[in-house]
Design a protein around this ligand. Structure first.
Ligand code: SF4
Ligand code: SF3
Length: 538
């Protein structure tokens, strides 16, 4: 195996024997082969498109398959192998129509797959700059795939994004690909990142209503409960409908927290609030929750015996040793009855804390308050906005983000999205006027809301350049959706972005230099000097 796709890559170089995330060598190799199978399917899909043959099945399959390879989603070798076979089958079907003379081998055995994986992994590209750009592109595509999967689950699809994915994936098979072509595709990935986040925003708000500012309870009640984590809102909708009136409460965890701010979910009185914090604290929190836990996407951590029998996965999330809820069929709900029956036999959750945290400051609320925001800025009540969106992680150096939140002057507002917020969203940071000093726009994809607000303020204030706004970016990254969010911000023209805790291991020195020179990306330093610089707009 060789994997350096996330911020925890060993020694900030790469995991070679086993992942810091717990991913085993075989799992990494199967994932490499799955990505390769997607590239081959994309190649066939491009031929099909030229011949005007329908490629939607190929697009949907690639979206699902790439999502399987995102950090901390699937640790289940068997299901990854099944996915490889599914991708190959979709390709064969498509090829029958467009390349009738092509010959295909029988499905390989698991051992043959592992052998083949060694020839197609990350290190199979020898030029380190081309490899760096290729992987930057692939990770951006994984981010697109993740957001597309959620959007597609709600019936919002995009042939444009699928076509881009075919083009980008197929290019990575071209042994003569040049740096400038790859840079072009990476920039286009940022553009598609904006489009897929916009589509997911439309899917979520049209299906579940516009997020509204909400004080979310972080306590626990006396009924048995089910804890739902990950990003998939449709899974939550199915779960709430099936638990209604059963005496079983539902709590969100991790990236599911913003669901509490959607009007659609608020109508369920058994949605109690949010339990616990960020994904990496799950071993402690899942143990004390006492009831079943449903993981809908990343980020999973290897389960402890204390709760392994109560842990269920669904969608792309999976462990080989835990129960998995099958996909929905023909638009019906997923069947969560087994989880609900188990919950009824479990004790209620141990109360970890009490009180509330605020969520729901997404684009519609932000835009509705635009005049108030401009007024507060012009009166000097708000001096600067600091966007600290992105991911959280388990390494201790992430205390940087807590310290920045604590040390920022009281006339600054922190804007956030993604699980990075758990580093500071329970601190008593106070308010400025009606606004909590931490404005939580939602899940990582809701970073889109923050970009929409910035673009709108630029127009209202008639600025030439978005970077003239009093907004600084201090982003925390961990997995590949954060890579996509970063590319989307670069595409929109934001500069001077601070990134941490470390710059990605997959950036070669020259590609890192390219990003610094063209976009003024900076590694984070220490809270004090970064705050001083941000306050000065540097
Ligand atoms: Fe290592 Fe991250 Fe890859 Fe896991 S996902 S193997 S921690 S680089
Ligand atoms: Fe978090 Fe995994 Fe990225 Fe959606 S749940 S932001 S790390």
């Amino acid at each position: 195996m060789f994997c350096y796709q996330c911020q925890e890559a060993l020694h900030n170089k790469g995991c070679e024997k086993v992942g810091v995330c717990g991913k085993k060598s075989d799992t990494a190799d199967f994932q490499d082969l799955l990505i390769h199978a997607c590239k081959k399917l994309a190649e066939t899909a491009l031929i099909a498109q030229k011949k005007e043959v329908f490629t939607r099945k190929a697009g949907e399959t690639i979206i699902k398959a790439l999502f399987y390879t995102i950090t901390n989603a699937s640790f289940d070798d068997e299901r990854i192998r099944e996915m490889i076979i599914e991708v190959c089958d979709v390709r064969k079907e498509l090829a029958k129509e467009v390349q009738p003379d092509a010959k295909y081998k029988d499905h390989p055995t698991p051992d043959q797959m592992l052998q083949r994986a060694k020839e197609v992994g990350v290190l199979s590209t020898s030029d380190e700059d081309i490899r760096s750009l290729t992987e930057l592109l692939i990770y951006g595509l994984k981010g697109i795939a993740a957001y597309a999967e959620h959007s597609y689950a709600l019936g919002y699809t995009s042939p444009e994004i699928e076509s881009y994915m075919f083009k980008a994936l197929a290019k990575t098979l071209d042994e003569k690909r040049q740096k400038d072509e790859m840079v072009q595709l990476v920039m286009e990935c940022g553009e598609m990142g904006v489009k897929i986040m916009a589509l997911l925003d439309e899917a979520n708000t049209k299906t579940y209503g516009e997020q509204e500012p909400t004080a979310v309870s972080i306590g626990a009640g006396n009924n048995p409960g089910i804890l739902i984590s990950g990003h998939d809102l449709r899974d939550l909708a199915d779960l709430l409908e099936q638990t209604k009136g059963t005496g079983v409460d539902v709590y969100t965890h991790g990236e599911m927290l913003p669901a509490n701010a959607y009007p659609y979910f608020k109508k369920y009185s058994n949605l109690i609030g949010n339990y616990g914090g960020s994904w990496w604290q799950q071993q402690k929190e899942f143990a004390s929750f006492n009831g079943p836990i449903l993981m809908t996407t990343n980020c999973l951590v290897s389960p402890l015996p204390a709760y392994k029998d109560r842990l269920f996965t669904t969608g792309v999330a999976g462990f080989s040793e835990t129960k998995h809820i099958p996909d929905r069929k023909n638009g019906e709900m997923k069947d969560f009855s087994e989880i609900i029956e188990l919950a009824k036999k479990c004790p209620s959750p141990v109360k970890l804390e009490e009180g509330h945290i605020y969520s729901g400051f997404a684009k519609d609320t932000l835009l509705a308050n635009k005049d108030k925001i401009i007024d507060a800025v012009s009166k000097g009540l708000i001096k600067r906005f600091v966007v600290m969106a992105g991911c959280d992680g388990r390494m201790s150096d992430r205390s940087y983000f807590t310290e920045v939140a604590q040390q920022l002057p009281e006339d600054t507002i922190i804007m956030t999205a993604g699980c990075a917020k758990y580093r500071y969203n329970k601190l008593p940071l106070g308010k400025i006027g009606d606004f909590p000093r931490v404005l939580d726009a939602g899940q990582c994809n809701d970073s889109y809301s923050l970009a929409v607000l910035a673009l709108s303020l630029k127009d209202v204030l008639e600025l030439d350049d978005i970077n003239q706004l009093p907004i600084s970016f201090d982003l925390a990254w961990y997995e590949q959706k954060a890579v996509l969010v970063l590319l989307a911000l670069l595409y929109l023209g934001f500069k001077n972005i601070r990134l941490g805790p470390t710059l990605p291991a997959f950036l070669s020195p020259k590609i890192a230099q390219f990003l610094v020179e063209n976009f003024d990306i900076k590694p984070i330093k220490d809270p004090g000097s970064d705050i001083d610089a941000m306050i000065q707009g540097l």
